[in-house]
Design a protein around this ligand. Structure first.
Ligand code: KIV
Ligand code: ZN
Length: 523
């Protein structure tokens, strides 16, 4: 039997953008919306037009430019807001107005305390239903597709909520949104609420039930899924779970849960999940909200394995420790992170991938050096492994040895460096100026060693933290068709740079031993 579809409603550009300290302009919203269209979400909530001219313009722009998803705009249940939505959405191919009002007793008593809404709670409740009905009817004059939200439904008196939903559907709402605005609900109870709506609201068959959950208790995704399991056929959320306070339900998690556990939920979405990783990065960059490495589905470590037991199992059969395929969410491949806990099997596998097939004895030696490095660093990179191999298995003779170094620069001084190196049993000195201290050092070393390698890459990273951190410099040197990596570490980054450069030159010297070098200079 064909499974039912759950529509995916993305509100990154509206609720997500409400995250503290974030603001997106129209062009940025358009860039994200284009990516959301590639992700094939069903609905994009583009903004709240009455809130600012900028938001109005953004909704207008997306209405004009975006093809595919429905473009939705938010309003309160007040005519001015709805008219603004109608105007901003005028050019949308498939417009939707999302209007609504508070339903919980807290909202009724707090937001609508002005006596103009009624003197007693009972009177206010009647008035709010009238406002909801009027809002939906007005919205229907601008769009055939009208979604009604019952704000703070998660804390509402169910009987009042049912009455409100029935009235909204009667007035023409095509979708009824059940927001857990404050993230108060727990999955079993929220699921039961959705089931009760299906059973108790007489005209519910004429509308789609949507769930919109916030993450104040870390339950937004679980609550959304409980909603889906109990009959919600639209789910709302944001990419990376960004949003007001603790955020909204993370759409990538909801979608991948429905997909991975299709056996349990028995529904599907139309989302192109291979776009998740790209979308997540874009949203993170544009909103300036970093994705934690351990974030489900799109976190940097979501497909990384590091402990020996896991790596061993994973390398034998991926499915021992992975329930999703990385390529299904747009991650190129799973990663084995080399740490002190990785084990020999993981190390051997990585070395083989790097093209090194070692004997057991060589592997043992390399593993011991690897452990020493891994104890000092969080992660051992491929460059580190290659450096270890050069030391342990293919040691590089020291043609050049850095003996002394002095450099200076300043706002009004030309960066200058003086170096002394041991070269073939002799001490040689030289100096050079450069475009910055590192450049001066490299040039001075080239002068002394009479070499002409090209510095193709320069990277620096702190191995330890604090102002006295050890800086580790990695350089890539090129000469003719040879490329080598040089590494150096020191608390002084200039010294680390010099060591890395000399290390690279020693490797190049070993590569060219007994051969003429492209850049040979006599002397
Ligand atoms: O959380 C909420 O209640 C909302 C509504 C405006 C849908 O974002
Ligand atoms: Zn919300």
């Amino acid at each position: 039997m064909m499974s039912e579809k759950v529509a995916v409603f993305d509100t990154t550009l509206r609720d997500g953008e409400q995250a503290a300290g974030t603001r997106l302009g129209s062009r940025e919203k358009l860039t994200i919306a284009r990516q959301l269209a590639r992700l094939k979400v069903d609905i994009i909530e583009a903004g709240y037009p009455a809130s600012s001219p900028e938001d109005f313009a953004a909704v207008q722009l997306l209405s004009r430019e975006i093809e595919g998803p429905v473009i939705c705009a938010l309003s309160r249940a007040v005519p001015g807001d709805i008219e603004a939505c109608g105007k901003a959405l005028a050019n949308a191919r498939r417009p939707r107005i999302h209007t609504g009002i508070g339903v919980s007793d807290v909202h009724v008593a707090g937001k609508f305390r002005d006596p103009k809404y009624g003197k007693t709670t009972g009177e206010k409740k009647v008035k709010l239903i009238q406002m909801a009905v009027a809002a939906v009817k007005l919205a229907r004059q601008y769009a055939e597709d009208v979604e009604f939200y019952a704000e703070d439904a998660g804390r509402a008196d169910p009987a009042y909520l049912f009455e409100m939903l029935e009235a909204a559907i009667e007035a023409g709402a095509t979708v009824v949104n059940i927001p857990d605005t404050t993230g108060y609900a727990v999955p079993e109870q929220f699921g039961a609420l959705i089931r009760a709506i299906r059973e108790k609201v007489p005209n519910i068959q004429r509308a789609t039930i949507s769930v919109h959950c916030h993450d104040d208790l870390g339950l937004a995704v679980a609550n959304s899924l409980a909603g889906v399991a109990n009959g919600a056929r639209q789910v709302e959320g944001t990419i990376n779970g960004v949003g007001e306070r603790a955020g909204n339900a993370a759409l990538e998690e909801v979608v991948m849960a429905v997909r991975t556990r299709g056996d349990y939920f028995g529904v599907h979405t139309g989302v192109e999940s291979r776009e998740f990783c790209r979308t997540s990065r874009l949203v993170s960059d544009m909103l300036g909200v970093v994705v934690p490495p351990n974030k489900a589905v799109v976190g940097g470590n979501a497909f990384s394995h590091s402990s020996g037991i896991h790596v061993d199992g994973f390398l034998k059969d991926r499915e021992t420790y992975e329930i999703m395929r990385p390529e299904d969410v747009g991650v190129l491949e799973s990663r084995v992170v080399l740490t002190a806990r990785t084990g020999r099997h993981g190390l051997r596998d990585r070395l083989e991938k790097l093209g090194y097939a070692l004997s057991q004895e060589e592997l043992d030696r390399t593993y011991h050096r690897f452990l020493a490095v891994a104890d000092k660093k969080q992660e051992v990179f491929d460059e580190d492994l290659i450096a270890i191999l050069h030391d342990e298995i293919h040691p590089v003779p020291e043609t050049y040895h850095l003996d002394y170094l002095h450099s200076y620069s300043g706002t009004s001084a030309i960066p200058t460096a003086t170096v002394r190196l041991g070269v073939g049993g002799q001490m040689r000195e030289g100096a050079a100026v450069g475009d910055g201290q590192v450049d001066a050092i490299c040039k001075a070393i080239s002068v002394v060693t009479k070499t002409s390698a090209k510095l193709a890459r320069y990277e620096i990273r702190a191995v330890t933290s604090g102002t006295e951190a050890i800086g580790e410099v990695t350089v890539q040197l090129e000469e003719g068709d040879r490329k080598v990596m040089g590494r150096g570490a020191s608390t002084d980054v200039i010294e680390a740079s010099a060591k890395a450069y000399v290390d690279g030159l020693n490797k190049l010297a070993a590569e060219f031993r007994g051969q003429e070098r492209p850049g040979d200079t006599p002397g």
